[in-house]
Ligand binder design. Structure first.
Ligand code: SAM
Length: 205
């Protein structure tokens, strides 16, 4: 089975539990600060895609700030939960690596802890798709777990295995070919035992 397929099913099973747990213990204040910084780089009402939106918390936050936002996630469980929790938001069941959106549609993309589930060999596939749907010079903010390894793991949240890839900042910068990282920030506290790094990048023209 494709590692991402197994991961997707695992998220389907634990959508509700995962979101409750991360809402309470997932260092949300820091993540919200990172999202606010991202939005500071964008014009009011910019079109934004929330990649791997989970239960849609960030999508709703951006909608309330009058951004034109859509959240996508490949887990049906997550998308159903997001639609139930935030009925005024737009959510689509889509894989980050292959979306339905036209070229250059978005001014910015936000991927909070979602690229982490892709095998490293799939990162450039996702990067190409994000580059295609984000306008030239467009903003891309993403977070990832600091480290080296990749593979299936359980987490403190549940016993279902999901695929995780860890990167160093240098490795992520070297791996990206279509975006230039211009800023990064390390989360000062570990999130569920892991160091998280946020990167802001622009699509090459
Ligand atoms: C760790 S959760 C983070 C969710 C949300 N961004 C947040 O901040 O709470 C990762 C999310 O990314 C989604 N995801 C992982 N790989 C994906 C892919 N290739 N396409 C779409 N969604 C994906 C998962 O289903 C899951 O909802």
């Amino acid at each position: 089975m494709d590692p991402t397929e197994k991961t997707m099913r695992a998220y389907d099973e634990i959508a509700e539990k995962y979101c409750e747990k991360t809402m309470k213990e997932g260092k949300r204040n820091f993540q919200k600060m990172m999202l606010d910084r991202t939005l500071d780089h964008l014009h009011p009402k910019s079109r934004i895609i929330d990649l791997g939106c989970g239960d849609g918390r960030d999508t709703e936050y951006m909608r309330k700030k009058n951004f034109d936002v859509v959240g996508i996630d490949f887990s049906q469980g997550m998308i159903s939960l997001a639609r139930k929790k935030y009925p005024r938001c737009a959510f689509l069941d889509q894989d980050i690596r292959d979306t339905v959106f036209p070229d250059d549609m978005f001014h910015g993309a936000w991927a909070n802890a979602s690229l982490i589930n892709l095998p490293k060999s799939e990162l450039s596939h996702a990067e190409k798709e994000i580059y295609r749907i984000v306008e030239p010079g467009g903003l891309f903010c993403f977070s990832f777990k600091e480290g080296k390894k990749e593979g299936f793991e359980t987490s403190v949240i549940d016993e279902n295995e999901r695929y995780y890839s860890y990167y160093s900042l240098d490795e992520i910068k070297e791996s990206l070919n279509l975006f230039n990282v211009f800023k990064s920030e390390i989360c000062p506290e570990k999130v569920f035992g892991h160091e998280f790094i946020y990167c802001w990048a622009r699509a090459r023209r």
